[in-house]
Write a protein that binds this ligand. Structure first.
Ligand SMILES: Cc1cc2nc3c(=O)[nH]c(=O)nc-3n(C[C@H](O)[C@H](O)[C@H](O)COP(=O)(O)OP(=O)(O)OC[C@H]3O[C@@H](n4cnc5c(N)ncnc54)[C@H](O)[C@@H]3O)c2cc1C
Length: 462
């Protein structure tokens, strides 16, 4: 019952923390109330990508002629598509079970509550409570779909991401509220499978955190695929009394009513800070998140928090990196603080979006004199061979020292390419060094080198 480290929550924050802790020789336990792997493996990153893959295969089948093949009419049973996605999620969750065993981490199933004196009480599914003590307690309880007061989720007609990942039947029409990564990925999946999708976004651009040119390009591309997109618009109220959903949407031109089978609310997340004992211990929160310092220590010594429950970017890779940093610091290692300015962000719709660093607007606001280079994928041999020429690469360098300030990409496969920019920026690589780093031909990654060359007037293929 006594551990060096107790981790609460087994998402990509918690399970990675536990593995690193065990590697460092700590006697470690992890507590989970639902499924190992958290939102990421069970209801987030992985099952959404499985659905998007099914949609992409379906799209390719229906476009066989574009590749010189005979025309085929793709068809599917919606429950089978959902079942595949659930199967992928379950497989990944089982993989975490294996990793816990391999690293000799005790898995405790139940709902945890922190208590004073570095204790954690765990209530199992039969209501039995057990107390554990840890020298260090790391809270990684994650987050859930955020509910707006005027958009309460009933789980049937007004749904969150969990239901969108497990609908028994495909809706004929869907309103997606919010066009961040989650909203846009579901919009793309359902639209590709034949649902009539309308996206409603409060901000002037979809994927609002991205560089404006990327957002505008994505909007055009998604509209071409048949998705209706309303920006500068907000859902004021929903009426679910009829057969489907009627949403009153406020636009610059006045209120309009949208009707659909289902409304997906994708307006962000709310951290799981309730009923986990924070108040009893005196751990401070602000605006719904747990406050921590740069080493993830909460306001009470011995208690730490990482991942979606703290006010940093709500991404799986961020949660994992925070957990590793946290336990390495506890171990007394010389640890580098996380550079939150060099976190890549990806959206896996088609075309994909990936970026790291400053947008053009942010770079200008920070007072940089900049050099911007762009390269269209229509000029890439590999993208043309792939039949995926929609998109471009945009790179931003500091004109004075050549620092790579930002990399913004839209196109098939860019989510697997953005790591190049992350590493290069970490190593303080300059624009000229990118141009002189020979990229393999033919790959879409050459477009990054070409975009860098474009910034310096040396581009070859346009
Ligand atoms: C639809 C969707 C798609 C996403 N796609 C991506 C993506 O492509 N890339 C990306 O980087 N991020 C993505 N995310 C975000 C990513 O899933 C989260 O950032 C990540 O899961 C956060 O990890 P975490 O460990 O902080 O928390 P979580 O993954 O939320 O895990 C927290 C765990 O704690 C458990 N728990 C909570 N309270 C208790 C308690 N009291 N006792 C015991 N256990 C408890 C929960 O059951 C859960 O298993 C997506 C999210 C969603 C919803």
């Amino acid at each position: 019952m006594n551990y060096d480290i107790i981790v609460i929550g087994s998402g990509p924050g918690g399970y990675v923390t536990a593995i690193r802790a065990a590697q460092l020789g700590f006697k470690t336990a992890i507590i989970e109330k639902e499924s190992l792997g958290g939102i990421c493996l069970n209801w987030g990153c992985i099952p959404t990508k499985a659905l998007l893959k099914s949609a992409q295969v379906f799209h390719y089948i229906n476009h066989a002629e574009d590749y010189g093949l005979n025309k085929v009419e793709g068809s599917f049973e919606f429950p089978n598509v959902i079942q595949r996605s659930r199967g992928v999620a379950n497989k990944m969750s089982k993989g975490i079970e294996f990793l816990m065993k391999k690293n000799k981490i005790d898995v405790i199933l139940g709902t945890a509550k922190v208590q004073k004196g570095k204790k954690v009480s765990v209530t199992d599914k039969d209501g039995k409570s057990t107390e554990y003590t840890g020298t260090h307690i790391i809270i990684a309880t994650g987050a859930r779909s955020r509910e707006l007061p005027n958009l309460p989720q009933d789980g049937k007609k007004v749904i969150g991401y969990r239901q969108a990942l497990s609908l028994p039947e495909q809706p004929k029409s869907m309103i997606v509220v919010g066009s961040g990564a989650i909203g846009v990925e579901f919009a793309d999946f359902y639209n590709t499978m034949g649902t009539k999708v309308t996206v409603v976004e409060f901000m002037p651009n979809i994927v609002p955190v991205e560089d404006e040119e990327i957002s505008k390009h994505l909007e055009k591309s998604l509209k071409k695929t048949g998705i209706e997109i309303m920006t500068n618009a907000s859902v004021e109220s929903v009426d679910t009394s009829g057969e489907g959903v009627k949403a009153t949407v406020k636009t610059a031109k006045g209120n309009i009513t949208l009707e659909a089978d289902i409304l997906l609310s994708a307006v962000g997340i709310a951290a799981n800070i309730e009923n986990i004992g924070l108040e009893d211990v005196g751990i401070q929160t602000d605006k719904g998140r747990v406050l921590v310092n740069e080493w993830y220590e909460t306001s009470v010594p011995g208690y730490y928090a990482i991942g979606d429950i703290i006010p940093t970017q709500a991404l799986a890779h961020v949660a994992s990196a925070e957990g590793i940093t946290c336990v390495e610091k506890i171990k007394g290692m010389h640890v580098e603080k996380i550079d939150y300015g060099n976190i890549p962000g990806c959206t896996y719709c088609h075309p994909e979006v990936a970026s790291v660093g400053l947008t053009e607007k942010q770079a200008k606001e920070k007072g940089y004199e900049i050099k911007v280079g762009k390269f269209p994928l229509s000029a890439s041999g590999k993208a043309t061979a792939n039949g995926n020429t929609d998109g471009f690469i945009k790179v931003i360098f500091d004109a004075k020292y050549g620092e790579w300030l930002g990399c913004h990409m839209i196109g098939e496969g860019v989510t697997d390419m953005v790591a190049e920019a992350v590493v290069a920026r970490k190593l303080e690589t300059t624009g000229h060094e990118i141009i002189k780093s020979i990229h393999p031909h033919p790959t879409v990654s050459e477009a990054i080198m070409e975009a860098a060359a474009a910034a310096y007037g040396e581009v070859i293929h346009i």
